[in-house]
Structures are given as structure tokens and as C-alpha cells.
Design a binder for this molecule. Structure first.
Ligand code: PMP
Length: 359
């Protein structure tokens, strides 16, 4: 078989160990997973009715256009329905964009470290990858602009950035978008958008009206607490959406995901409450880091990157044996650090206690 050569050198993305795996390996009864930035409070209870379905519901394909979810979401965001595309997680939209626009003749620009799926998909498509190092945990937007040339097809901007939690202030993002050539697609990945509290954060939906070459990605996997169902979406100019639709699998978002996401949107009190508790949780982490003199990145997401000035894998392993799964900074391009998802108060108390024991 004549595989694309780059596939043979590519490791599948491994998002960390599962709870069951860790329970078995370490003979622990209770495991707290704070590794994948999921919502520790679950999802809105208003979603649960969608699971109680008749056999015919299972037998029929989902609505490929996700009409009902589309209508509810467009109403919620005050945008047109034809400005939306849905994916089996925003991961799939990253894949669609890469499939549609990247090839060995193109290059793509991104920060480093950032969310690994941009790079991963670019490798699969054989595109040249231009990674611009973060500066103090922030995107170097001038450096990214300088890397764009006539073969650049896509620029990835992760805001807030995973794994640092940093965000780009509105004026900086506006000036960046103004300077990017209009034939380059800018992907603004806002997976953590609903957690943001910074006042000088941009209004990306307004920007879509102005920039036809901008697509904003959001997800139901984070604050909405529906990671298991896999549903994310892109918001862009209708022409951009139209160009992406042919690379979307016809039935990519399953029925449970569509119905649950639509129900979840209706419960904004739950979202508000999660945002507030996440802020309180982050404050717990900040206070701990300050008490122990640890460097950290102030975060606009539901996770925090902390510098232990030690071997990341060793800190990871210590916490694992205490029953807490976090992410070692080593795999994320931050040796010495660990990234921890903000949990419930009790989970935060537990992981902070374990970290204190390590120190
Ligand atoms: N973008 C970023 C920045 C993320 O952190 C994640 C999940 N970790 C995703 C996209 C993918 O999210 P999903 O596919 O669950 O929508």
C-alpha cells in the first residue's frame, strides 16, 4: 500500500488515561479526572429527557442538517442559520477545514504550544507547518503575520489558548485580522469562550460580519458538559460555510447530540452557575500558587497551567497515585508544568492537598 509517508510517522492523539484504566492500574477506588477540561458539574438536567427514546429513534439516521439545533443556536447567538456548521466535536470541524484547504502546496500558521489538533491535521494533509512560539504564554500575532505568505491557506488562533489559558485582547486581535490577507482563512478557536470573564475580550460574532475569511469554533464539550456526545460548531460567513459543507460527513452529528445540545442551550442559568463556580475554583488555584511561590498563567478557561519547576511527568505520576489525573506539561510543550482542569470545590481541595504533599 502506498500510504502518505507522513502518516507513518504520526502518533495518534492520546488525550490521557481513562478513569477505569487508572483505577485498575493503581488499585484505587476513587479517581478524579482533571485532565481534559471537562465540566466537573456535568450538564444541565434539562438534557436528560433526550436519552429516553423509542426504538424507531435509534433506527433512523439523524437530520444531517441539524435543523432544530441550528434554529435554536442561531436564535441564541442572534445570527443567521446559514452561518453555522456542526461537527462531531469541534475536532471534526478542524479536520474539515484542514481537508478543504490544506495540501502539500500550502502552508499553515499556528502558535506553539497550542491545541495539538491543528498541527496533527496539517501533517495528515501534508501542508508545511509554521509554528510561531508563544511569548509569555501569548500568541505572537506579529510573528504569525510575518510567517504568512502567498502559499498560506489557514492561520489558527486559539483564544483562550490551550494549554496556557491566556487570551488575546480585543485591540490586538482586531489589528491582526485587519492585516491578514483576505484569501487566508483565520480560524478563531473559542472552545472555552463561555468561561471568559475578561472585559477586553473580543466580540467574535461581530467580527464575522466584517471578515469573510474568519471562522469561529465553539463546542458543547466544555461549559455545556456534553463532551461524551461530541458536538461542536463553526460560525462564519454563509459563503465560507457553503464551501465547507461538501467535506462534512452527511450524518456527522448524532441525534442524541443534536437534541441534547438544543436542550442545553435553553438552560443558561446552568451555564452562568458553572462560569461562576469556575472562577471561584481558579481563585483557589491562584491562592495556592501564591502561597507556595509557584508560577502560573492566569486563565480565562477552565484549566490552569502551573510551573512546578520539576519533571512534569514526576508530578503527574505523584498526583496519579493519589487518585488525580492531570496533564503533564511535557506532552503539552511545557516541561516543568502541569495543566489541571478546575474541578468542583471538593475536587480542587483534594488535588491542591495532593500538590501540597508533593511540594
Ligand atoms: N479546541 C480546543 C482549544 C480544545 O481544547 C478542544 C478540546 N480539548 C477542542 C477544540 C476540541 O473540542 P471538541 O472536539 O470536544 O469540541
Amino acid at each position: 500500500m502506498k500510504w502518505k509517508e507522513q502518516l507513518l510517522n504520526l502518533t495518534p492523539y492520546q488525550p490521557g488515561k481513562s478513569i477505569d484504566q487508572v483505577k485498575k492500574e493503581y488499585s484505587l477506588d476513587k479517581i478524579v479526572k482533571l485532565a481534559s477540561n471537562e465540566n466537573p458539574f456535568g450538564c444541565s438536567e434539562k438534557v436528560l429527557f433526550t436519552m429516553n427514546q423509542s426504538p424507531s429513534f435509534f433506527a433512523l439516521y439523524p437530520d444531517g442538517y441539524a435543523s432544530e439545533l441550528r434554529s435554536v443556536l442561531a436564535g441564541h447567538l442572534s445570527i443567521q442559520e446559514d452561518q453555522l456548521i456542526f461537527g462531531n466535536g469541534s475536532d471534526e470541524i478542524i479536520q474539515m477545514i484542514s481537508r478543504a484547504l490544506l495540501s502539500p502546496e500550502t502552508n499553515t500558521v499556528m502558535a506553539a504550544p497550542t491545541f495539538p489538533q491543528y498541527r496533527h491535521n496539517a501533517v495528515i494533509e501534508g501542508a508545511q507547518i509554521r509554528e510561531i512560539p508563544l511569548v509569555n504564554g501569548e500568541h505572537d500575532l506579529d510573528g504569525m503575520l510575518a510567517a504568512i505568505d502567498e502559499n498560506t491557506a489557514v492561520v489558527w488562533v486559539c483564544n483562550p489558548n490551550n494549554p496556557t489559558g491566556n487570551y488575546i485582547k480585543e485591540p490586538a486581535l482586531l489589528s491582526f485580522l485587519h492585516k491578514v490577507p483576505r484569501d487566508v482563512l483565520v480560524v478563531l478557536d473559542e472552545a472555552y469562550y463561555e468561561y471568559v470573564v475578561a472585559e477586553d475580550y473580543c466580540n467574535s460574532l461581530d467580527l464575522i460580519q466584517k471578515y469573510e475569511n474568519l471562522i469561529v469554533l465553539r463546542t458543547f464539550s466544555k461549559i455545556y458538559g456534553l463532551a461524551s456526545l461530541r458536538v461542536g460548531y463553526g460560525i462564519a460567513d454563509p459563503q465560507t460555510i457553503k464551501a465547507l459543507e461538501p467535506v462534512r460527513e452527511p450524518f456527522n452529528v448524532n441525534k442524541f447530540a443534536q437534541a441534547s445540545a438544543a436542550a442545553a442551550i435553553e438552560d443558561q442559568n446552568f451555564i452562568e452557575e458553572c462560569r461562576r463556580k469556575n472562577r471561584e475554583g481558579l481563585e483557589q488555584f491562584y491562592a495556592f500558587c501564591e502561597e507556595y511561590g509557584l508560577e502560573y498563567y492566569p486563565s480565562q478557561g477552565n484549566f490552569i497551567l502551573i510551573n512546578f519547576n520539576a519533571d512534569s511527568n514526576e508530578v503527574f505520576q505523584f498526583l496519579l497515585e493519589k487518585g488525580f489525573i492531570v496533564r503533564s506539561g511535557k506532552a503539552l510543550g511545557f516541561q516543568g508544568y502541569v495543566r489541571v482542569t478546575v474541578g468542583s470545590k471538593e475536587q480542587n481541595d483534594g488535588v491542591l492537598d495532593a500538590m501540597g504533599q508533593y511540594l
